[in-house]
Design a protein around this ligand. Structure first.
Ligand code: LLP
Length: 422
């Protein structure tokens, strides 16, 4: 479900023509639908109505502070993975009592920052991290609430770069080491063990990996209970997939229906960390065609957006549907590579894609770009990062302005020995 629709052959976001937005803020740009964001969040939240739960939106998917504020107003917390994300979440008004902190490489200063902010808990990923958190908490005189992230060795059947719950991955603590680590954790003076965490991967289009992971974790929670370690929170992570092309991912209701029977006797607060399923289809990236270029081997459509603006196709070979902002009247089609201006052969938005013929100046919408789109953008090739726009009905809100050239060199200095110009 999303709110990008054609009216009279013109693509709209809610009640605003995309063409108008592109004229006002320029291209490339990201455009998000307020209504879709709200609907996706509520669909997730309501699906779990019958289970005491907290949604900690995985802000790595889209961390614009306007989006975070919107989520917070809907009652969401945040799943964070860095001090920078903590800073954003707090700035946006996400209650720290709903912030959970994952990631294999938390630094001492990040731990300190999170303890100061009194976040709900750390999702601890190794013995070394546990030791560090205990030490920092001791120095600060603030006990640290933790969950241990368990790696259940389950294949989520998704792209290898976004699989996180396999034995060979860097994430979490192996299930067969978990009990020992929990025992160590409870013995540490500045640690309060409160939860179990598990996130096995992203863009999952089947339910069985979720339930298989749970089936590995629930006996552990039972064993812990017998050992006197009471688990109050069970965090099952994020990972629910979306439709990019022809995938039919489960609805949050299906996920809830699959996990609910397993959780019946468990007296735990459930934590969920959806990212992509909330924001993915709530956003698009709009780009303008610069040139049609034909070589002996291929036909290229060169556009003004590149891999620095949307990395997913280059990094994961990810498919994003590409639509004309103005539906062409003719029926001519072409098979093309849609490529950007960056000096890399890996800079493409689509390969061998059959689309209606494009002309220089046409606007194209790269669909399903709301998650891991802007957040993975960079300044590679000294390209300023693009604006983000939030549409609410007829209203257009620029929630991040386009960077300018001065932004590109902010923080850089020329040392004194180079001060004179050539
Ligand atoms: N919780 C944890 C601990 C995570 O590591 C992630 C995502 C999530 C929740 C949210 O997962 P989601 O609901 O969005 O699937 N850049 C990649 C995706 C990386 C996902 C990293 N972790 C992409 O563009 O597909």
């Amino acid at each position: 479900m999303h709110d990008f629709h054609y009216r009279d052959n013109q693509l709209y976001c809610e009640d605003v023509p995309i063409k108008e937005i592109a004229q006002n803020v320029g291209t490339p740009c990201y455009i998000y639908s307020h209504r879709t964001l709200i609907q996706h969040f509520r669909a997730f939240d309501q699906a779990f109505d019958a289970i005491p739960h907290t949604i900690a939106y995985a802000m790595k998917a889209n961390s614009n502070i306007a989006i975070l504020r919107l989520m917070a107003q809907e009652g969401s917390g945040a799943d964070i993975v860095s001090g920078g994300e903590l800073f954003r979440a707090i700035k946006a008004g996400v209650p720290s009592s709903k912030i959970v902190f994952a990631g294999v490489g938390k630094s001492g200063s990040e731990v300190e920052q999170a303890l100061k902010a009194d976040i709900l808990m750390f999702n601890v990923e190794s013995a070394g991290e546990l030791k560090l958190i205990n030490q920092v908490a001791g120095q600060m005189g603030i006990p640290a609430r933790v969950a241990l992230r368990i790696n259940p060795d389950i294949d989520p059947k998704t792209h290898p770069y976004i699989s996180t719950g396999l034995k060979k991955s860097k994430f979490g603590i192996a299930a067969d080491r978990a009990l020992a680590e929990f025992k160590t954790a409870t013995a540490l003076p500045h640690i309060q063990v409160v939860g179990v965490h598990c996130h096995i991967g992203s863009q999952l289009t089947e339910l069985t990996p979720f339930t298989d992971a749970l089936k590995k974790i629930l006996p552990l929670i039972e064993t812990l209970k017998v050992q006197g370690i009471n688990i109050r929170y069970l965090n099952i992570g994020g990972g629910l997939g979306i439709t990019y092309s022809d995938e039919i991912p489960p609805h949050p209701k299906d996920l809830a229906a699959a996990v609910a029977p397993l959780l019946q006797d468990l007296k735990c607060q459930l934590i969920l960390e959806p990212g992509r399923s909330i924001v993915g289809n709530a956003g698009i990236m709009v780009t303008r065609v610069l040139y049609n270029k034909e070589t002996e081997a291929k036909q290229f459509v060169v556009v003004d957006a590149a891999m620095n603006d949307l990395l997913r196709p280059s990094l994961y070979d990810a498919y994003h549907e590409i639509q004309h902002v103005r539906k062409p009247s003719g029926t001519d089609e072409q098979t093309v590579d849609i490529v950007g201006p960056i000096c890399e052969s890996g800079d493409f938005l689509a390969k061998d894609r059959r689309i209606p013929t494009t002309n220089s100046g046409d606007l194209l919408a790269v669909m399903s770009a709301g998650a891991y789109g802007f957040t993975m953008a960079s300044n590679y090739n000294s390209r300023p990062r693009v604006p983000e726009v939030l549409i609410k009905g007829h209203e257009v809100h620029v929630i991040r302005k386009r960077e300018d050239y001065e932004d590109l060199t902010r923080g850089e200095t020329i040392p004194s020995f180079l001060e004179t110009t050539a």
